[in-house]
Design a protein around this ligand. Structure first.
Ligand code: NZQ
Ligand code: ZN
Length: 384
């Protein structure tokens, strides 16, 4: 096992009616800016529950954070924070709203041009405290310190990370999932699955606990993923998907193990250029990443084949092919396409995305930094 330091300081309030705990989770003397997206929270009762819980607080709101939050929109919120002296941010939404709020929280306290936080990795020295009401289980952003923000003018989609934007608390009520469109449920299951794979499917370091936690998440998502898409999906199914998505990227399964993230880095570029949903890009890239890296990932693919997919691994070459195929079939089972052609895109994608990767210095991806631009190009071509 590799050395690691691990803490997850986000307090989770999980279950029905937990939005009401906002009243005691946020200091009563705080001036709260409630930040949300395009308005889904006004149609499903979440906004009303937040208003009720904050009845004793002083608060205002900012709406319009878009999917793949833009720097430009976030900066409007930063201006509002500064103008009206808000000192607590409450994100109510999915990964985009939460990531946008992390950037807002950091940018509001940043001296200089906040875009440098993303473009130049400028150090963040302070940030406003942040709380979350999660409405879409997918990214794990509700209890991690990562954020991904896009600049729509330059086609950049860039991450930053600092413990200073780790949410203080996150409210996870599976009932909020009842209004999610199927496309977003599918996205959530696939994103959580790929987060787990990025931290599991690398090379063995004898990290038995992390491996078995990761396998538990993969099995749960494979079992519950198709069920959560049904119109009559139960509270229990939703709860298991929601908790899996949080656990997939809260630092636990990634502590002390090598991590890949190559699929994500390529996927972010695809979203920046072509606008595909984040998880849609991952489902296209991952199977081809597995194939391209099958020698480097050989032992873990076989472990995955045996323990998660329950395949016969006595003929390893066949088992590896089957494991890749079954991964793609799992994506299909949650109604997720896995090819660029499903989005009317063709071979032109490979050149365009490799240009982006080069521009962002993503020239050596993966757990061994072995995925060169040439390999990324091949992965993209094979994904058409
Ligand atoms: O904007 P509203 O009206 O809220 O609608 C949203 C949005 O249109 C809707 N939605 C959310 N909850 C709903 C709902 N509709 C009905 N009922 C509800 N309960 O869903 C749409 C998509 O929301 P979005 O937040 O964009 O989705 P997701 O949670 O998948 O977040 C994706 C973003 O997170 C980033 C991605 O790159 C992408 O920008 N990621 C963040 C990570 C992190 N911070 O750790 C890691 C991930 O790998 C990922 O990169
Ligand atoms: Zn992701």
């Amino acid at each position: 096992m590799l050395n690691f330091s691990f803490a997850n300081s986000t307090q989770i309030h999980f279950g029905e009616q937990q939005i009401s705990t906002l009243s005691s989770n946020i200091p009563t003397d705080a001036k709260v800016l409630v930040v949300y997206g395009g308005g889904s929270i006004k149609k499903n009762g979440v906004y009303d529950q937040v208003c009720e819980a904050l009845s004793a607080h002083s608060w205002g709101e900012f709406s319009g954070i878009e999917p793949n939050p833009s720097y430009q929109t976030c900066m409007q919120a930063v201006e509002l924070v500064k103008r009206d002296n808000y000192d607590f941010i409450l994100a109510v939404g999915g990964g985009s709203v939460i990531d946008g709020c992390k950037f807002i929280a950091a940018a509001a306290c940043f001296e200089g041009e906040p875009w440098d936080i993303l473009a130049k990795g400028a150090e963040v020295n302070s940030a406003l405290p942040l709380g979350v009401v999660l409405t879409l289980p997918a990214t794990g952003s509700e209890s991690n310190s990562f954020s991904v923000v896009s600049n729509k003018e330059t086609n950049d989609k860039l991450p930053f990370a600092t413990p200073l934007v780790q949410p203080k608390f996150a409210v996870l009520d599976p009932n909020v999932m009842t209004t999610l469109p199927k496309r977003q449920l599918t996205n959530g299951v696939v994103d959580a699955f790929v987060h787990t794979m990025e931290q599991y499917l690398t090379y063995p370091v004898d990290a038995k606990v992390q491996d078995r936690f990761a396998e538990g998440l993969l099995l749960t998502l494979m079992e519950e993923g198709p069920k959560v898409l049904a119109d009559d999906a139960s509270y229990e199914v939703r709860a298991n998907v929601m908790w899996s998505a949080t656990m997939a990227l809260n630092g636990l399964i990634g502590a002390g193990v090598p991590q890949d993230w190559g699929t994500h880095m390529i996927g972010h570029e695809v979203t920046a250029v072509y606008g595909l949903d984040h998880a849609q890009t991952l489902a296209i890239v991952l199977p081809r990443m597995m194939a391209e890296q099958k020698e480097a990932k050989r032992e873990k693919i076989l472990q995955y084949a045996q323990r998660v997919l329950k395949l016969d691994v006595s003929k390893p070459e066949i088992a590896i092919e089957q494991a890749i195929e079954k991964t793609e079939l799992f994506f299909h089972s949650v109604q997720m396409p896995t090819r660029f052609r499903d989005y009317q895109l063709g071979e032109e994608v490979a050149d365009a995305i490799v240009t982006q990767l080069e521009r962002h210095g993503m020239t050596a991806l993966g757990e061994h930094q072995a995925v060169t631009l040439e390999k990324s190009h091949r992965i993209l071509l094979q994904s058409v």
